[in-house]
Design a protein around this ligand. Structure first.
Ligand SMILES: C[S@@+](CC[C@H](N)C(=O)[O-])C[C@H]1O[C@@H](n2cnc3c(N)ncnc32)[C@H](O)[C@@H]1O
Length: 269
C-alpha cells in the first residue's frame, strides 16, 4: 500500500457517507446488537469495548442497559458519529489492531462484523484487554447464498476481482471449525457458533441504494463501476423485494461466537 497503512484508507470507504451509514444501514443491526448483548448478559456496571464500532449504535444500546462503554473504529468520520451518540465514552479513531486500551480492563468485548479471519492482530487485542474470565463476542456473515437477502449484496460484485477475493477471505470464519480455532489461537476458550438474527430493512429501493453506497464494499464497487451503475445495480437487486405498502425486508444469515478469557491462575504462596 505504498507507505500508507491500510487502516488509514478505511475512512475513504466507510466514512465518506457517515451520516447515511449511521441512519440507513446501522439501525438494521439493532436486532443483532440486542441479541448478542443479551447472550453476554450485559447490565449495569459491565465494562464493554466495541471494536470496529462504526457509528456507535451498539455502544449506545449497551449504555442504555447500564454498561460503561468504549469503542474504536478506523473511520474518523464514523467515530465522530459514535462520539455524538456516546458523548461521555472514550471513542478512538484508529486501528483496532493497536493497543489503545489498558490490558485486562474490560468485562466484555464485542465486534459486530468488524473482526474477520483476516484480522488476527485485532483478535489478539480483544484478548489482551479482557479481564480474566471476560468474554468476547464476534459476529460474521454466514452463507450468503442461503440467505433470503443474499441477492441484495450482488452490487458489491461490481468491485475488482482482487477486492471480491479479499471479501471472500474475510468471511472464512463461517467455515466449520475456523471461528473456534481463530479464538483459540488468540488464547481464548471458544464456545459454539450460533445464529444471530439480522434483517435488512429499507423504506424503498432508493434508500437501499443510498445505504449500500455508504458501506466499504459499496465504495469499492462505486470506484469500479461509477455511482450511476452502482445505483442501477442496487435498484435491480431490490426490485424483487418490493411489496406494496411494505418496506423492503430480508433476513441475512449471520453467525456469532463467544470466547472466554481464562480465569487468572492462582499461584499458591
Ligand atoms: C461492517 S462495518 C461494521 C461496523 C459496526 N460494527 C456495525 O455494526 O455497523 C466494518 C467496520 O470496521 C471498521 N474497520 C475496518 N478496518 C478497521 C481497522 N483496522 N480498525 C478499526 N476499525 C476498522 C470500518 O470503519 C467499519 O466501521
Amino acid at each position: 500500500m505504498d507507505g500508507i497503512e491500510q487502516w488509514r484508507m478505511v475512512d475513504e470507504g466507510w466514512g465518506r457517507r457517515a451520516a447515511d451509514f449511521a441512519t440507513l444501514m446501522e439501525p438494521a443491526a439493532a436486532r443483532e446488537y440486542l441479541y448478542v448483548h443479551r447472550r453476554l448478559g450485559i447490565g449495569p456496571g459491565t465494562t464493554l469495548l466495541d471494536m470496529a464500532c462504526g457509528s456507535g449504535l451498539a455502544l449506545e444500546l449497551a449504555r442504555l442497559q447500564g454498561a460503561d462503554v468504549a469503542g474504536v473504529d478506523a473511520s474518523a468520520r464514523l467515530a465522530a458519529v459514535a462520539s455524538l451518540r456516546n458523548p461521555d465514552s472514550r471513542i478512538v479513531a484508529g486501528d483496532m489492531a493497536e493497543p489503545h486500551f489498558p490490558a485486562a480492563s474490560f468485562d466484555v468485548v464485542t465486534s459486530f462484523r468488524g473482526i474477520w479471519a483476516t484480522t488476527p492482530a485485532a483478535m489478539a487485542q480483544a484478548r489482551r484487554v479482557l479481564c480474566p474470565g471476560g468474554r468476547v463476542a464476534i459476529t460474521f456473515w454466514g452463507e450468503m447464498a442461503a440467505s433470503q437477502g443474499g441477492p441484495l449484496f450482488a452490487p458489491f460484485r461490481l468491485a475488482t476481482p482482487p477486492q471480491i477475493d479479499h471479501q471472500s477471505d474475510m468471511v472464512a470464519l463461517k467455515r466449520p471449525g475456523v471461528a473456534a480455532q481463530f479464538l483459540t489461537d488468540a488464547g481464548l476458550i471458544p464456545g459454539e457458533v450460533f445464529d444471530v438474527p439480522f434483517v435488512l430493512e429499507f423504506a424503498d429501493p432508493e434508500h437501499f441504494a443510498r445505504g449500500l453506497a455508504a458501506t466499504g464494499p459499496g465504495y469499492e464497487a462505486v470506484m469500479v463501476a461509477g455511482e450511476d451503475a452502482f445505483r442501477e445495480a442496487c435498484l435491480e437487486a431490490a426490485a424483487p423485494f418490493v411489496r406494496d405498502g411494505l418496506p423492503i425486508r430480508a433476513t441475512m444469515r449471520l453467525l456469532g461466537i463467544i470466547g472466554t478469557a481464562p480465569a487468572a491462575t492462582h499461584i499458591s504462596p
